[in-house]
Design a protein around this ligand. Structure first.
Ligand code: L34
Length: 284
């Protein structure tokens, strides 16, 4: 079997086109979605992801502003900035790009963002709503993965999904979203003793670890769907996923590439959440 490759960039483009029309219509009603992105320091990967976010916002018609602050910015100054943006009624979404420098407490910052403006869906209130299947901002990467699976009409109910990785921004929440879709969910992580045997049972495998090519065909059940969330920079500067693409593509039914897989969907879901924030704030 040779896998159907799921090109996230193509799905993302179609979704952004729809959002562009939606935003044009919202503007006729006086709703102008606006996103503020905060970058602390100058991590090159963060800069690249943020530039993708700004390009997408421009395309869709979302006004985006980047506030770029030095790595030495104090936790208190960042908290003050967030409090100020929470108060500004023309700011619909606030995103603090992660990771943050060591001296800043990430959780404290996430919890400072007004839940109504938390377009990342990282605030504990929004995570709680996600867990209990209430309407909320879903975290962008898990939301992007779910959207890809749905657009490709990949069955989730009753299927065994194995998540490799338990980070707060990808692994944990994507498992919960798949559980909400009635999948049977297993989490694997660094302390899992028999990972290969578990992954071999999976109908759907989500790999979000950050180790290049760690999953090859020997882990994969024939006909499985494999979603690669890893973004690893190789020595020559190119990007590669956590999945050994050439090996797995001969065994899986569906496989996402890196780049052009999950990454562009993450950005697209941020646009969706920002539009949702603007609409919610205009009507509440
Ligand atoms: N607050 N921090 C916050 N929210 C987020 O949702 C993120 N994330 C993760 C890192 N920190 C965050 C992102 O935006 C990862 N992430 C992200 C966003 C976009 C892309 C990858 C990760 C992306 O566009 N990837 C492209 C390649 C980009 C490149 O060349 O550098 C791709 O095709 O996969």
């Amino acid at each position: 079997m040779t896998a159907t490759i799921i090109y996230g960039n193509q799905l993302a483009e179609a979704l952004r086109q729809e959002m562009k029309e939606e935003v044009a219509n919202l503007k006729k009603r006086g709703i102008h979605p606006r996103l503020v992105v905060i970058l602390i320091g100058d991590n090159p990967a963060s800069k690249s992801y943020i530039s993708g976010k700004q390009k997408a916002a421009d395309f869709v018609g979302i006004q985006s502003e980047l506030i770029s602050l030095p790595a030495e910015t104090s936790e208190n100054d960042l908290l003050d900035l967030i409090k100020q943006l929470n108060q500004e009624s023309d700011v619909n979404g606030i995103l603090v790009q992660l990771p943050l420098p060591e001296h800043i407490d990430e959780q404290l910052i996430i919890e400072a963002i007004a839940p109504t403006k938390d377009v990342d869906g990282f605030h504990p209130i929004n995570i709680g709503k996600m867990l209990t299947n209430q309407d909320t901002f879903l975290p962008c990467t898990p939301y992007g993965i779910l959207t890809m699976l749905k657009l490709k009409r990949i069955e989730l109910a009753g299927k065994h999904a194995v998540i490799i990785g338990r980070s707060h921004i990808v692994g944990k929440p994507v498992g919960q979203l798949l559980l909400n879709e009635h999948a049977t969910v297993t989490y694997c992580h660094s302390k899992t003793s028999n990972m290969k045997e578990i992954v071999q049972l999976a109908d759907i495998v989500i790999v979000a670890v950050g180790r290049a090519n760690m999953i090859d065909h020997s882990y994969i059940k024939s006909g499985a769907t494999v979603i690669d969330v890893g973004i690893n920079r190789t020595e020559d500067g190119s990007l590669t996923g956590d999945v050994d693409f050439d090996s797995v593509k001969e065994k899986a039914a569906y496989l996402t590439p890196v780049p052009k897989g999950v990454g562009p969907m993450t950005i697209t879901m941020l646009m969706k959440n920002t539009i949702k924030a603007a609409v919610n704030q205009a009507t509440n």
